[in-house]
Design a protein around this ligand. Structure first.
Ligand code: HXC
Length: 257
């Protein structure tokens, strides 16, 4: 498939989507949104792919929704178009998704990173929800996902003042899983993605589904959900293989990768 605003490549079992609008610091316009969603859908269908990695450039993961595209829009334009709703498709991806973030991840850029399951940051990363400075609020889930990730006090401060936080602060607050030197970002993220992609795909999808459930339900229901899914892993060939491999002191060869 030919894309204008992203690059799509496959490395082993990992699909890599690179945001590629360098002149606009990867600002998220409608075309880029359509292309990312279409690439994710393509990778979701591809049985050779076990994990999806999304990254930007050294300077910017993405500096937000495209302000120049948004500027002329009216309430009716954004309401009738359900502006930004297509990003929900990324949140709904069943395969594990990883955001590798260097430089600016602001506004929609921070929200795009938070739509992914794992967020790995370069030491150059800067996160923020500066929408308020433009007279709007986050529109791709930032007010909800940032609050769940870092708690109310910091989410409130970031959304109300528009200030950025650096990678250290983001890691301390629990937004990112780890920080790596900028030069190693892609290698490290690819290694993590590859590790995941070598696991049993259905079981990785079940683990993802179980963790995500914790954001949607009570503890009792979440634990019940987890137990049902845990039981169902015993119906897979990969559970048989994983446990046999341990007992036989050899690496597992999962069938459903
Ligand atoms: C469109 C953008 C852009 C954006 C940068 N550019 N961010 N274009 N939308 N979000 C463009 C600039 O206009 C400029 O193009 C080029 O990218 C380089 O940016 P500079 O500003 O010259 O770079 P620098 O001085 O290094 O500053 C980097 C920056 C700044 C701090 C990231 O660009 C910035 O503040 N950008 C906006 C960040 C922001 O407010 N994001 C939230 C957007 S709202 P030209 O052609 O002029 O040289 C959002 C809403 C989500 O995400 C949902 C709510 C509805």
């Amino acid at each position: 498939t030919d894309f204008e605003t992203i690059l799509l490549e496959r490395k082993g079992r990992v699909g890599i989507i690179t945001l590629n609008r360098p002149k606009a610091l990867n600002a998220l316009n409608s075309e880029l949104m359509r292309e990312v969603v279409s690439a994710v859908e393509e990778l979701e269908k591809d049985s050779e792919i076990g994990a999806i990695l999304i990254t930007g450039s050294d300077r910017a993961f993405a500096a937000g929704a495209d302000i120049k595209e948004m500027q002329p829009k009216s309430y009716m334009d954004v309401y009738l178009d359900d502006f930004f709703a297509a990003w929900d498709r990324l949140a709904a991806a069943r395969k594990p998704t990883i955001a590798a973030v260097a430089g600016y991840a602001l506004g929609g850029g921070c929200e795009l990173a938070m739509l992914c399951d794992i967020l790995i940051a370069a030491d150059t990363a800067k996160f923020g929800q500066p929408e308020i400075k433009l007279g709007v609020i986050p529109g791709i889930g930032g007010s909800q996902r940032l609050t769940r990730a870092v708690g109310k006090a910091k989410a409130m401060e970031l959304c109300l003042t528009g200030r950025n936080m650096d990678a250290e602060e983001a890691e301390r607050a629990g937004l990112v899983s780890r920080i790596v030197p900028a030069a190693d970002l892609l290698d490290e993220a690819l290694q993590t993605a590859t590790t995941i992609a070598e696991m049993s795909l259905p079981v990785a999808m079940m683990a993802k589904e179980a963790v995500n459930r914790s954001f949607e339900t009570t503890l009792t229901e979440g634990v019940r959900f987890e137990r049902r899914v845990f039981h169902s892993t015993f119906a897979t060939e990969d559970q048989k293989e994983g446990m046999a491999a341990f007992v036989e002191k050899r690496p597992p060869v999962f069938k459903h990768r």
